[in-house]
Ligand binder design. Structure first.
Ligand code: ZN
Length: 302
């Protein structure tokens, strides 16, 4: 399932074909995804300019010049692919292939946009847990999809004071607390495991038991793991692809996630000399917390 970095990667790849551009045609090839499409969906999109393409947690938000926002969720397996019309083209920082014959006509190609770049954008989702809907832009924050959502982990509002307060007094494991979307939105299992390892904090630690001097390193670890993953194009475990069709690369850089029984990649403090570090000799362990696998190193994470 895509997490925040994968969705942000898709947004970055969609932007050159969508932001500031007009949707010249919208083809809706079925009646629903996870929920039905809104009434007159194609009509409400056609001829509209996308003024901004942003992201909120794992939702893509295309603000239209009609005052409505197209809300897109990729679900478990949704992909947004951009093709250049006519020939392979570089737009912004990305190179897009020419649309192959039948691009947008496949069994799982559910929504197809043409934009005035000209470019073709195909939403493909074989499991159909994705979602597309239209919400009035000025009512977005109050919409049921967003009203209970926590703050963005890469925003300035997610700072040490906020994190200390959010975790303070909590008797749940820090792993579960960080997955609570009301506290911080968009963090998922992979990146919480990786951030806790980077911060040297055990996933089993109760959130409220973290020491004051552990908050800033945890905050830094969360932000840096997300930024590193975005820079690597996200993580491709199963279905994630960037808008260019390329897979992400961050899965090659996991330190603990999916590495049960493998040697820890961390540096443990040496007992011989203060400040001198040597390779940790422990192996990565897996436990199940609230139904989700947590991967961690018992030697490096306390
Ligand atoms: Zn270790």
């Amino acid at each position: 399932m895509p997490e925040l970095p994968e969705v942000e990667t898709v947004r970055l790849g969609l932007a050159p074909a969508l932001e500031g551009h007009v949707i010249t045609q919208a083809r809706i090839r079925r009646g629903n995804l996870r929920i039905p499409f809104p009434p007159r969906f194609a009509e409400r999109l056609t001829g509209r300019k996308v003024e901004r393409l942003t992201r909120r947690a794992k939702y893509l938000l295309a603000a239209l010049d009609s005052g409505e926002t197209l809300v897109i969720h990729l679900g478990m397996s949704g992909r947004m692919s951009v093709y250049a019309e006519g020939h392979r083209q570089k737009l912004g920082n990305y190179v897009y292939d020419k649309a192959p014959d039948g691009a947008g006509d496949g069994k799982h190609d559910h929504v197809v946009f043409e934009t005035d770049v000209p470019a073709r954008i195909v939403f493909n989702d074989h499991r159909r847990f994705g979602l597309m809907t239209l919400v009035a832009t000025d009512a977005l924050d109050q919409d049921k999809l967003f009203k209970d959502m926590g703050i963005e982990p890469l925003s300035d509002k997610f700072n040490a004071a906020y994190l200390a307060k959010a975790l303070g007094g909590k008797k749940t494991p820090v792993k579960s607390a960080l997955l609570d979307q009301r506290l911080v939105a968009g963090l998922g299992n992979i990146y919480v495991c990786e951030a806790l390892f980077r911060a040297g904090i055990s996933p089993k630690r109760l959130a409220g038991s973290l020491k004051k001097d552990q908050i800033a390193p945890l905050l830094k670890a969360i932000k840096s793991v997300l930024k590193d993953a975005i820079a690597a194009g996200g993580s491709t475990l199963r279905d994630h692809a960037q808008a260019t069709g390329d897979p992400g690369n961050f899965q090659h850089r996991f330190l603990v996630y999916g590495r049960e029984g493998k040697p820890c990649k961390g540096l443990a403090s040496s007992s011989e000399a203060v400040g001198h570090k040597k390779r940790c000799k422990d192996t990565v362990k897996r436990i199940v917390q609230a139904g989700r696998s947590s991967f961690y190193c018992p030697a490096c994470q306390k």
